[in-house]
Design a protein around this ligand. Sequence first.
Ligand SMILES: [Zn+2]
Length: 237
Amino acid sequence: MFREKKTDTGLVYYSDLLNGIEHYFTTRESNVEDNFDGWCKYLGIDDTSFIHPTQTHTPNIQTAVIGVSDYPDTDSLILNNHNQAIYLRFADCTPVIIYDKKANIGAIAHAGWRGTVEGIVPKTVNKMRELTNSDINDYYIAIGPAIGQCCYQVGEEVITAVKKSVKDESNLITPDNRIDLKGVNARQLTEIGIPEENIDICPFCTSCRSDLFYSYRKENGTDKRHNAIIKLKRATA
Ligand SMILES: [Zn+2]
């Protein structure tokens, strides 16, 4: 279940399913770019270690490397060290936080429709599994605030691509071509074997709740973004 929390940086949301990883979905009042220094302080890291990739709606996935802050054309970033924290930027696209509880590694994926139909989220899980011996049941997923099926009507090109990206498209597309993008990502994950009970889906639509979040569609291409953030906890014996 998604819960809200008032932090030093403002209102954030998190999933109680991902209790092993420090993670936040920010809001209009807590977005990283308006309070970068505040976030570094809150996370307890220096400003060169709070990094984000340059998102360009690709299916490209990288793993964060200590000392490296530049990740061009990258829409999913894996974190497997304790020294860095990562964030990605969103306004309607689906933010997906992935956590491997056994190996204690995480990732954030940016799944707009392009990334979603390319399967960027299940591909990230597969790439994480190459780094660990974890079972698919060790994966926990928080699908954050994104544009909802209520507000996301798309063209035929997108409908066709979405249909191809899942085996079972039931309930994901309405007769008037509205897509449940959060649901498509969740379906792709259950189709690779992640248990449904390991997936938490944020109920908020960013367009309906543009009081809380930024909406590219509703706000005519706003350049403001809310975020998904992760930082690994140190393993405790
Ligand atoms: Zn809506």
